[in-house]
Ligand binder design. Sequence first.
Ligand SMILES: [Zn+2]
Ligand SMILES: [Zn+2]
Length: 349
Amino acid sequence: MEPVIERFDPAEGIRLYRFGVCAFPGLESKVHLILAPPLSVLVDTGSGFGESDDDLEAGLELIASQFGEASRPHQLTHILVSHGHIDHFGGLSHLRERCTAHVVLHELDLPVVTRYAERLEITAGRLESFLRRAGASQATRKGLLEMYRMTKGLVRGAAVDTVVEGGHGDLGRLHLTHYPGHCPGLMTVRVGDILLTSDLVLPRTSPHQSPEELAPYTGLDHYLASLRRLRREPAPRLALGGHEEPMPEVRARISQIEQLHAQRLAQVVAFVEQERTLNEISFELFGPVQGYHVLLALEEAGAHTEFLLQRGYVDLVNAGALGEGMSAAARYRRSPTRRWSGLPPSPEP
Ligand SMILES: [Zn+2]
Ligand SMILES: [Zn+2]
C-alpha cells in the first residue's frame, strides 16, 4: 500500500516528513525524514520484515516525487536509530546496502544493533530464567522462547558509524536526548518546535515496559524518571511518536501514562495481599492473553513488581528456593511494614 506522507515545518529552512511502514502484521511504525540542509536525516527504518523495506523505499520515493526533495536513499546523509527495537532498526541492513549515510545511535543500544545474534542469545538465556521464576509452565516457556527466537531471528545486525555517549548529542540542528526505560538507549530528537518522542511517549498505547533484570537501563524506574525529565523540558508545539498519530499535548499524555502506571502499581500491591507468582500477577493485570502477548504481559507485570520490590513495598517470600538450578517460581507478598501510597506527584515544569 502506498504510504501517506505528512509534512511538518519545525523551523525556518527545515522540513520534516513522516509516513508509516508496516513493521509487522498489525503494527505500523513511523519513519521520519528531516531535511535540515546540509543534512538529510532519516529517523528509524522500519523492521525489515515483510513489506517494511518496500514501504520505506516507496515513502522516500514519494517525498522525492510529490515534494521535489532529495530524499532517495543515496541522498541521505544520516540514519538515526531512535532505539534498538526491531520495529525501528530492522530495516537498517537493507538500507545500508543502498546508501552511504552515516548511521547514528546511542551507545547503550550499540550491541543490540551491531552484534544482534549474540545479543539474542544473551537475552534468550535471561528470558528463560525470568519465565521460570515467573511461574510460567514448561510448555508456555518453550513456546514463548521459540516465538522470541523466531520473531527476532528475522533481523540482521548492521554496522554503526557514530554513537551518542551520555545524555545528549547534536546532529546539525537536531538535538538528541537520551531517555532510558522503554529501551536502554532510546533518544528523542528535538528539531525546531517539534519533538520526536519515539516510543518514550505514544498517543494511545502505553509504551511497553520490561524488568531491568532482563536488560540494564530498562525497567519502570528508568522509564518514569525519563518521563519526569521530559516533562521539565520546554513543551514542543507538536510531538511525534514512533507509532500512531501526532500529539499536540505531550505533557497531558505524559500525565495519563504516569496515572496508568500508578494504577497498575496499586493493583499489584492490592493483589499481593496474598502470596502470588508473577504469572498470577500478570493474569490479574491483563487477563487471558495469547501468543506473544503472554510474554509482553509477563514483562510488563515483571516491571511493575520489580519497581515495588526495589523499594521494599513488596517482599520476595521464597528467595531461598530460587538459586541456581532450582525450578521454583518466585512468590511475592505485600510488605507488612512499608505501605504503598502511590507515586510521588510530578513536579510542575
Ligand atoms: Zn520500542
Ligand atoms: Zn516501536
